[in-house]
Design a protein around this ligand. Sequence first.
Ligand code: SF4
Length: 388
Amino acid sequence: MELSRNLPAGGLYVHVPFCARWCDYCAFYSVIAQPDRLERYVRALIIELEEIERDFQPQTLYFGGGTPTLLDLEQWRRIATALRRRGFDRVNEWTVEGNPRTLDSDKVSLLRELGINRFSLGIQSLDDTLLQRLGRSHSRNDALAACALLRNAGFKNLNIDLMFAIPGQTLAQWETTLRETLALEPEHLSCYEVTYEEDTPLYEQLQAGRFSVDEDLACDMYDLLVDLAEQAGFRRYEISNFARHDLQGLDEFPRWSCQHNINYWRGGPYCGLGPSAASYLHGIRWKNWSDVDRYCACLENHQRPEEEREELSPLGRAGELAAFGLRMTAGWPYALFLQITGYDLRREWAATLEDLIKHELAFDEPDRLRLTARGLRCADWVAQQFLL
Ligand code: SF4
């Protein structure tokens, strides 16, 4: 294996914390979009962007949210100009997340013209009853129309986000959504089990006993996902992420895997802009205020919009990376882990590795630590074993 080719390169994330309405399961930081606030945010974002340290050169850009596609055409043009001024538009992969309801042909064409080459569409389900159950603002028809719009505009790298184990969802409903989604031939699929975060309407409904969680059904849904995705030519490269594979794929990852996320899982540097965004550069991690007004006020007054900052111990960071990286089906090549962190995974966590292998949660392979199917199922528990 040629190690230098696999070293993480660095990613720039932009959080656009505006939504048309809140979904019932969502705990991400966002506010309901208002034109004045959006405009103030764009001005502040451009200031923050211009202040990124000069030696940071990302290989990937990712606009997430919130709903980045709520920005209007003129705001997109201004942000792209600011990115160009810093040379940040010369990246290998530039992803924008979007809600199907917020797209039209002008916006989609402009995004292509500006250089966005990967689009991540939050479809979640193709069943209107379940979309309403989740509090989503779009319908099945909106989702299908958005896919067609993106393909017509020339997007060749399309991710579709789906959710499973939605309250009331049957295995048959999940299978229908999965088969219909695969028939749309996206390059990438991200599928997440519904989780119940405090302070969300779904969490409150669960606490009030309005429905119960069926873990066995959720496992069956996940197994079905893996089977159907693999039959359709996808490779699972992380617990929740699948990408189409072809012969030009990198050694370890399928051709259409998300490079931006691989950078996080492999411990690369990243810079996050916008309210609540986190950054990690030169061993320091910091996070911006999760408050759009405070974020804007800081930048308008020439202050950093940081809520917290910490210097990680090298061993603590290595433990975190072991935990994150094992979510990938490629696991951690020992030599690469040593090169990135300075620690030998086999020596530093010898007892943990022995335990994982003994309980058939990890394979006993000479060159890497890789979780078994069972290990991937309890990856959160495995992760805890590496965190200090
Ligand atoms: S899931 Fe997306 S669109 Fe829905 S509230 Fe959360 S950030 Fe907004």
